[in-house]
Design a protein around this ligand. Sequence first.
Ligand code: NDP
Ligand code: MG
Length: 382
Amino acid sequence: MKKEKVALLGSTGSIGTQALDIIEFHAERFEVFALSAHSNWKLLAQQARKFRPEYVVITLDEHYKELKEALSGSDIKVMSGAHQLPVVATHPVVDVVLNSLVGFAGFESTYESLLAGKKVALANKESLVVGGSLISEIDPIVKGKLIPVDSEHSAMLQSLVGEESENIEKIVITASGGPFRSFSKEQLSNVSVEQALKHPNWDMGAKITIDSSTMMNKGLEIIEAKWLFDLPVEKIEPVIHPQSIIHSMVTFVDGSTKAQLGPPNMKVPIIYALSYPGRMDLQVERMDWSQKQQMDFHPVDFDRFPCIKLAIDSVKMGGAAPAVLNASNEVAVDRFLNKEIGYIDIAKIVENSLKHVEFNSALSVETLKEIDKEAREYASAL
Ligand code: NDP
Ligand code: MG
């Protein structure tokens, strides 16, 4: 059988490195066509020497020389600049694009890959948050090639296999609640960077770890689910489930609910996206149902975690408001990580940006880029 050629964007990140483990384990089915990193050229060079892709892309131009030297003597083509990501992703021989870039930087590769008819395994949820309405205008058959890697959306997809979308009553999206689930407002105002970077159940990149702690991540995921499954946000109900065993559920019109369960491990949704609609074996921990298990569920407190509400509101505001939400959140998270602002300022910056940045222009890739830029400038100056 011909191997599937994978363009793995963001190969040096948390999702990217786990995806490479899977590709290595299933070398009979996959081979790497392209890899990319932003600044971590050393790891990218190591990965390239091991997986022998045709192309590597380093998006920060300043590391091009070092990477080129590190790969000298090999026949791997080295490219630099963000504009090269959609170029390698849409190369005619690519079968699957696994987009594990972080932030708005991932949008164009998702969009262009879909337009080029590629199967896209999508970890980069920001693609759908910002550009969901543009992506939804793409031919539905092409859109069907967009497979989520996010664990909740993978659970939704798995629960929806064999179902008609008109029979969905609601989707219940689970959230661990993050490290500050039981913090008071007062405690939240004193959260440090170090505390926020420790997630109880998942080991992830810095941006999504902060987003999980503020619950912005759940807000982004509600928007992601809306576009993936073509549902109004009112039909997507967030629920706190601290154990992260149920990854999400779908309730149907007859009152039946389907869920997907397992110990929290991102390799499961990554391999599902790669093997969909089939499955492939994966050696990870299984649930031990012979042991006593506890599963708790609590309502979300929108007052202590305003980011999730801001995300839902941005969809209701319409236009490119979710792009403003996303850009201002990316800036605010960066500023918090750099210790320029306090923890609760993240939500304030997003709220303020949504009030002041204009988002009503007609949507196109160009206008989204402009709105993203304006929102970043506004949020950086606050
Ligand atoms: P990481 O920060 O660990 O990795 C991000 C990857 O993208 C790295 O390869 C990084 O390169 C590269 N990158 C960073 N900034 C840019 C940029 N401006 N332009 C181009 N490339 C860039 O992130 P994660 O793997 O945690 O997350 C990736 C995506 O997957 C996010 O959208 C996240 O929300 C989503 N996701 C992640 C989960 C997880 O468990 N980690 C779970 C569910 C979804 P370099 O290493 O050089 O910085
Ligand atoms: Mg998730």
